[in-house]
Design a protein around this ligand. Structure first.
Ligand code: FPP
Length: 233
């Protein structure tokens, strides 16, 4: 059963897309096939979340620690991001989805950075959902940078120092950890850990995760249920 738009749907959903390698290994296939299939799933998740009325969706595509992986796998992932940016740009624009890439850019290939900047500029007017894809991202590094900016300035936080608060963090693949993702923004996030390997994640799984989220009693440190402060940093 699909939920009606906005009812019980998180304002900001963050997803750790884990399990691509195991998905491929289970089928006796190379790991890159799991990533390729995961990218298709990511596209479906984006479309479904936009349909349901999720306002902010943040996907963890490549952590700063993922540079430790074999060169071939890293190269495949970076090429995959570039080709998906090319293929999905029209769809993002047509659906009013704004795309931002978060993370370091100085270690990425210049061609990929150019595509990222182009996609960000061409989707900047999208108001239906803000999709953020984290590439070469480390939450600890992002926090260190933010603190350094505050220290170098007048000691005040800039108006929008980080991302909106996360309402629901979903990690697929059965592991139960945050892996340096949105540590600050997840201060009051509800956590959902799903056994499905990311390429196997379906809209029915998402419905179940959202239904569970809708039943959570969020008190934000108080005694009464409180509405989520959606979008506030
Ligand atoms: C973690 O699974 C997954 C990644 C490091 C890559 C995630 C990337 C995608 C799903 C593609 C997204 C593409 C776009 C365009 C957003 P893992 O490799 O650690 O899996 P394992 O734990 O089974 O080894």
């Amino acid at each position: 059963m699909n939920l009606p738009a906005n009812a019980g749907v998180p304002g900001h959903l963050a997803v750790i897309m884990d399990g691509n390698g195991r998905w491929a290994a289970k089928r006796g296939r190379p790991r890159w096939m799991g990533h390729a299939r995961g990218a298709q799933t990511a596209r479906e998740v984006v479309a479904y979340c936009a349909r349901l009325g999720v306002q902010h969706l943040t996907l963890y595509a490549f952590s700063s620690d993922n540079w430790k992986r074999p060169r071939e796998e890293v190269g495949f992932l970076l090429d995959l991001f570039a080709s998906h940016l090319d293929r999905q740009l029209t769809e993002l624009c047509a659906n009013g989805i704004r795309l931002s890439i978060i993370g370091r850019r100085d270690r990425l290939p210049a061609t990929l950075v150019a595509k990222m900047e182009d996609a960000e500029a061409r989707t900047a007017q999208g108001t239906r959902m803000h999709l953020r894809v984290a590439i070469d991202y480390s939450s600890k590094a992002a926090l260190q940078q933010a603190f350094a900016r505050v220290n170098a300035g007048d000691g005040e936080w800039p108006a929008e120092p980080l991302l909106p608060n996360v309402d629901l963090l979903l990690r697929t693949g059965g592991e139960r950890r945050l892996s340096d993702f949105l540590l600050w923004e997840c201060a009051y996030a509800e956590l959902a850990f799903h056994e499905a390997l990311f390429p196997d994640l379906t809209t029915a799984h998402l419905d179940a995760v959202f239904a569970d989220f809708a039943g959570r009693d969020r008190r934000f440190g108080g005694l009464d249920s409180a509405p989520a402060p959606v979008g506030s940093a």
